[in-house]
Design a protein around this ligand. Structure first.
Ligand SMILES: C[S@@+](CC[C@H](N)C(=O)[O-])C[C@H]1O[C@@H](n2cnc3c(N)ncnc32)[C@H](O)[C@@H]1O
Length: 209
């Protein structure tokens, strides 16, 4: 059972709506969707959580694939989507992503849960997974902003730029944080990269292949 699996199970029993559980759909995502064109309409959500992003995309005509390392999240997502969705419980860093398959890959508040090297490798594989002109909408936490996060006062550095909380619901879970320059480097293979810092301190990356 993963750390987030416990968070979802606790939430289902009436416990805390931790982190993104209390979040609405990101306003920049709504804007991104309304301003983008997709030919294939085939999306992969990495760290789909409760499935709220895939639900909106399915309503917009997308074929929806999702992965999450929490069994509970996978069950929650499957429940709100129609049966033709492919939702799998797997560790994103071990996921074998088919090449040239998607015209949209999204990942909100998820891909930083590993070392910086793992995150860069995953982003490189996302690049391979999307077709020409395909798009991404991905968030990573900002290094400076993270210092102000109440939830992250007490932590240890487990690799360069990667920290694990010593207490709280995410105790022990790796979190990598990125400066603007580092975030630009993460997405340097992509074109038309637009980076915006959101109000809680995440870099929101929108880009095309
Ligand atoms: C903060 S939640 C975000 C969920 C969703 N994207 C949202 O915005 O509502 C982080 C998610 O990442 C998933 N996760 C954490 N580490 C993962 C990994 N190594 N592979 C796949 N999913 C992972 C957790 O299970 C959790 O659902």
């Amino acid at each position: 059972m993963t750390i987030w699996d416990n968070i979802y199970k606790n939430y289902q029993k009436g416990g805390e709506a931790w982190a993104t559980l209390s979040e609405e759909i990101h306003p920049l995502f709504k804007q991104f969707l309304s301003q983008s064109n997709f030919e294939l309409k085939h999306v992969l959500d990495i760290g789909c959580g409760t499935g709220k992003y895939l639900k909106i995309l399915q309503a917009g005509g997308f074929k929806t694939d999702g992965i999450d390392s929490s069994e509970t999240a996978v069950e929650m997502t499957k429940k709100i989507l129609s049966n033709d969705s492919i939702i799998i419980c797997v560790n994103m860093f071990e996921l074998d992503i088919p090449k040239d398959k998607y015209d949209l890959v999204i990942s909100i508040s998820t891909i930083h849960h590993g070392t910086k090297e793992q995150v860069q490798n995953l982003i490189n594989r996302i690049y391979e997974a999307i077709v020409e002109n395909g798009k991404i909408f991905i968030t990573v936490p900002d290094f400076e902003s993270s210092k102000k996060w109440n939830t992250f006062k007490d932590h240890e550095e487990i690799a360069e730029g990667t920290f694990a909380p010593l207490s709280g619901p995410e105790k022990g879970l790796p979190h990598s944080f990125f400066t603007k320059d580092e975030t630009q480097k993460l997405f340097s293979k992509f074109r038309d990269v637009n980076l915006e810092l959101d109000e809680i301190g995440r870099w929101v990356a929108q880009a095309s292949k």
